[in-house]
Write a protein that binds this ligand. Structure first.
Ligand code: NAI
Ligand code: MG
Length: 369
């Protein structure tokens, strides 16, 4: 029997497939024992697709991506293809998906597990219990605005041009994602721009403020200039709940925030498209890390970012908050036992590979459920 919901699994290349193969065991357990009624399709992307089809992503796969309820993405970036034309590189697969599906809101939670509070470069007291969410606009702003380019002036000198553009609707839709997320968290949004020196930032502040007053009076809203926000994230990151910001500032601030938590191998993300008439939205879930060619094929990659990405899928695409929390609690418990992949190992902990880590987490999920 076919289900009404569909997940598209795109493992990619490098550590993508070896991590996904194990994480699929958790996905399938939720299908078998927690009533997650979904069909699963798998397709090749990135280096894996280049090997077989000669392109990083086929049109059929993009078409398929449009039809499913959620995409679970691994990673792409096999350096074997680094010399080829930019739109034929493995990374073109993820860029094409974001663009074609209008995946405009990138959600990056930075959560610190107690067992790893000493893994950050910041003192444990500043990061322990940290749980913040950055919502970054991903298909607009200065990375896409026109005019852009490099031009030669009459005097022979050259100038490079990029333009920050944001429309009311672009600001509103990403702010809505942030307010909705805040309602399920601590109910606080901090909107970040440079309204002191940029008109696009001024409009950003106006639109976010009006939306909060009209539709989200239950969520508190504060504003912060981006440079101050960078400083505050390091000074006192626990003051934040949800941060919403544009493409450029979000790029910088989310990388900064991710390092508060310790390891790249721990961090998931969700990228959401517009809400459609039928109440659905395109959504892609992927770890923040890349395909880690330096450790690919060794079975030692940390699978937790991929598992947490699946948990985000349960929460955001399938409204299964309880299942998402079940996964998060299981991971927390397993980390508390001292089990570690190489990237998060400290003195006195036990080192395991991808397969054993996933098996331990799945065992704990079963025990808790
Ligand atoms: P990377 O994230 O692949 O690796 C950076 C470092 O972190 C490496 O030392 C790697 O071994 C380690 N690492 C990453 N994930 C890990 C995990 N799960 N467990 C343990 N260690 C882990 O970034 P890098 O090396 O800069 O990029 C490699 C390729 O991946 C590039 O071609 C890049 O373009 C691509 N990339 C793809 C992304 C995506 O698919 N969305 C995102 C970032 C990079
Ligand atoms: Mg970046």
């Amino acid at each position: 029997m076919t289900s009404s919901k569909k997940i598209l699994v795109l493992a990619g290349d490098g550590i993508g497939p070896e991590v996904m193969r194990e994480v699929a065991k958790i996905v399938n357990w939720f299908r078998a024992y927690r009533g997650l009624d979904v069909d699963i399709a798998e397709e090749l992307v990135g280096g894996a697709s280049l090997e077989v089809h000669g392109v990083p992503i086929r049109d059929e796969v993009i078409q398929r991506a449009h039809e499913v309820d959620a995409i679970l993405f691994g990673a792409v970036g096999d350096p074997k293809w680094a010399h080829v034309d930019f739109n034929l590189r493995p990374e073109a697969a993820i860029l094409a998906l974001r663009k074609e599906l209008d995946l405009f809101a990138n959600l990056r939670p930075a959560q610190v597990f107690d067992a790893l509070a000493d893994a950050s470069t910041l003192k444990a007291e500043y990061v322990s219990k940290l749980d913040l969410l950055i919502v970054r606009e991903t298909v607009g702003g200065i990375y896409f605005g026109t005019p852009r380019g490099i031009e030669t002036l009459p005097d022979g000198s050259r100038r490079g041009i990029n333009t920050e553009l944001y429309t009311t609707s672009e600001i509103e839709r990403v702010a809505r994602v942030a307010f909705d997320a805040a309602r399920k968290r601590q109910g606080h949004v901090c909107s970040v721009e440079k309204s002191n020196v940029m008109e696009s930032g001024l409009l950003w502040r106006e639109v976010v403020t009006s939306l909060q007053q009209a539709e989200y009076p239950d969520v508190t809203l504060t504003h912060m200039l981006a440079d101050n926000c960078a400083m505050q994230l390091v000074r006192n990151p626990k003051q934040f709940d949800v941060i919403v910001t544009g493409n450029l500032f979000g790029d910088l601030l989310s990388d900064l925030a991710s390092m508060l938590t310790g390891s790249l191998g721990m961090l998931p993300s969700a990228t959401l498209g517009p809400l459609k008439q039928d109440g659905r939205r395109a959504a892609l879930y992927e770890p923040i890390h890349g395909s880690a060619p330096d450790i690919a094929g060794q079975g030692i990659a940390n699978p937790i970012a991929q598992i947490l990405s699946f948990a985000m899928m349960l929460r955001y695409s399938f409204e299964r908050d309880e299942d998402a929390r079940l996964i998060e609690t299981a991971i927390e418990n397993i980390l508390n036992t001292g089990l570690r992949t190489a990237d998060i190992m400290t003195l006195g902990t036990a080192r395991v590979g991808t397969e054993v880590m996933v098996a331990a987490i799945l065992q704990e999920i079963k025990r808790l459920s």
